[in-house]
Design a protein around this ligand. Structure first.
Ligand SMILES: CC(C)(COP(=O)(O)OP(=O)(O)OC[C@H]1O[C@@H](n2cnc3c(N)ncnc32)[C@H](O)[C@@H]1OP(=O)(O)O)[C@@H](O)C(=O)NCCC(=O)NCCS
Length: 184
């Protein structure tokens, strides 16, 4: 995109969003549905990715998410997103989710952390280059190093599954099934 710099500090596009959970967001157990939290995570990460890349960006993947504590109706949930890592056209966005109990004053609890990969796309939906993220603090450098570890694990998992499918196809002499993600 014209006018987009070749690099941006992490802090330039960090985003915080707070949401008060409502009755219509609960699951059958009466706590907030995980999908509600995941939707907000994707929205926050999408804004961060679009701002960092200076244009549209699509969700390519979301790593597994572990919910550490339940979120209850009325709780104030905080989402803090930032770009952890950049490649050529992809970015890892991390979102930390914390909550304040609606009926008591106390420390915020850590609900979950999520890691998403966004790919910046052009008008035809094709990947385009993104500015490199520049971490400025110790914490931002730690996140960048850990994002590189997650990236190498994603690539290794993909390569191992393709190799396994090739091997299985060779045994029965058929074409290997294409690998398009964990659920296929
Ligand atoms: C994401 C998408 C643009 C990638 O297109 P592609 O032609 O496969 O792109 P490439 O293979 O050239 O990869 C481009 C980049 O994306 C990364 N990437 C692609 N698929 C990925 C995945 N599943 N997980 C993590 N990274 C991925 C590649 O590593 C590469 O990163 P780099 O440029 O930083 O090195 C394409 O698959 C797409 O449009 N998917 C649908 C996205 C969408 O609509 N999301 C909303 C869901 S409703």
């Amino acid at each position: 995109m014209s006018g987009t710099p070749s690099s941006r500090p992490t802090s330039a596009t960090r985003l915080s969003l707070s949401h008060i959970t409502a009755q219509n967001e609960t699951n059958l157990l009466g706590t907030v549905h995980g999908g509600v939290i995941m939707t907000l995570v994707d929205s926050v990460a999408g804004v961060v990715a679009a701002r960092h890349s200076g244009g549209p960006a699509v969700t390519a993947s979301m790593d597994e998410m572990t919910f550490l504590v339940p979120v209850r109706v009325g709780d104030v949930v905080h989402f803090s997103g930032q770009v952890n890592w950049t490649g050529r056209s992809s970015m890892e966005v991390g979102v930390r989710i914390t909550a304040d109990r609606w009926d008591s004053v106390g420390p915020q609890v850590h609900v979950a952390s999520a890691y998403l990969v966004f790919v910046a796309v052009d008008a035809e939906g094709k990947p385009r280059e993104v500015p490199q993220v520049v971490p400025e603090t110790h914490e931002e450098r730690r996140r960048l190093r850990e994002a590189e570890i997650r990236r190498s694990h994603r690539l290794a998992k993909r390569a191992a599954i393709i190799a396994s499918r090739n091997e299985a196809a060779a045994e029965v002499n058929t074409a290997p099934a294409a690998y398009e993600g964990a659920g296929d």
